[in-house]
Design a protein around this ligand. Structure first.
Ligand SMILES: CC(C)(COP(=O)(O)OP(=O)(O)OC[C@H]1O[C@@H](n2cnc3c(N)ncnc32)[C@H](O)[C@@H]1OP(=O)(O)O)[C@@H](O)C(=O)NCCC(=O)NCCS
Length: 296
């Protein structure tokens, strides 16, 4: 009997399931299949903070995922949109995204698009806004600089949650109190204090291959550096990551000096209304470090 050397097998039949019911190891295997560093614990945290769907094949295997994270009644972020490499370019990504769009109704949406996803999101109406620089490497402690004048640095405690959530809200333009409450539990945090008010804060937690610094919120490069530096010192010699939209200026230079060069970029995109404020030259707090690509 004649046997062909190749066979076309692209007739996958997929169905949608709730990500809450998916096996963590299957989600971990999915993100590893596209080279992402997430640990099972990182998936677990994402599930605690958001909602999502998985694509399953006829025998229940997880072949795709997509999540959303509500930050306000009218604003959500999308993330962890993945299809298994052997399934890509067949329409599964678009199918998952259309499900997310249906689930999230008329809410404004922000997301951080990888290069391979940018065209897909553009075709769904998302507009590109800013570049995010994923900076990572083996951290190098930099000499302790002088603190910005009139400022003191201290560790964050859980009692600071309301105050950092208010500062964060001014920068992020949506209330992330519940997300921050969970991140504060998992992170070491620093606060820059002026008088009796927190003027800048940063968190640092385990993520992927090492630790991730974020969010970092401050109103100036100097303040952002002051709250970031202690985390770099803590992890000197180990893998560290920070995602920032600062392309140039002293914060970007500081990150590079810490042994964290730009490894990759993603594009912040929005649907229905612009996501990011113009942060040029103001004295308002801005996001110097993202909590993650998915959370913004
Ligand atoms: C980004 C990702 C989710 C897209 O998933 P996908 O299943 O390939 O998505 P689709 O097949 O729906 O669409 C991808 C492209 O294939 C095209 N396409 C869809 N069906 C097709 C078909 N039958 N034949 C040829 N092309 C097709 C789409 O038009 C789209 O093209 P475009 O880039 O010009 O818009 C997937 O590539 C992935 O998991 N990448 C790695 C992880 C990642 O970067 N995720 C994004 C996080 S923001």
């Amino acid at each position: 009997m004649e046997r062909a050397d190749s066979i076309k097998l692209d007739s996958f039949e997929l169905s949608i399931g709730d990500i809450a019911d998916a096996d963590l190891d299957a989600l971990h295997a999915l993100s590893m299949s596209v080279g992402w560093p997430h640990r099972a614990e990182d998936w677990q945290l994402a599930r605690e903070l958001g909602h999502g769907i998985v694509a399953r094949d006829a025998i229940g295997r997880v072949l795709g995922s997509a999540m959303w994270f509500d930050h306000a009644p009218d604003f959500t972020t999308f993330g962890l949109v993945i299809t298994l490499p052997r399934l890509q370019m067949l329409g599964a990504g678009t199918w998952l995204m259309n499900h997310l769009l249906a689930q999230t109704g008329s809410r404004a949406i922000g997301l951080n698009a990888t290069r391979s996803a940018r065209r897909l999101y553009k075709s769904l109406g998302f507009a590109p806004e800013r570049t995010v620089y994923q900076c990572q490497g083996d951290a190098i402690a930099t000499p302790q600089g002088t603190l910005p004048s009139g400022a003191a640095l201290r560790s964050l405690t859980r009692d600071d949650l309301d105050e950092i959530a208010a500062l964060d809200r001014a920068a992020y333009r949506a209330d992330r109190t519940s997300v921050l409450a969970r991140l504060v539990e998992l992170s070491k945090g620093m606060a820059l204090v002026r008088g009796d008010r927190i003027a800048a804060y940063s968190l640092c937690r385990r993520f992927g291959r090492g630790h991730l610094i974020g969010p970092v919120v401050a109103a100036s490069d100097d303040d952002a550096i002051a709250v970031t530096r202690p985390h770099v010192a803590d992890h000197a010699g180990a893998f560290l990551r920070i995602d920032t939209r600062q392309k140039s200026g002293s914060f970007a230079e500081f990150v590079a000096q810490c042994g964290l060069p730009v490894y990759d970029t993603v594009t912040s995109m929005s649907l229905r209304r612009p996501w990011l404020i113009d942060d040029a030259g103001g004295e308002k707090p801005i996001i110097y470090g993202l909590a993650s690509h998915a959370l913004g």
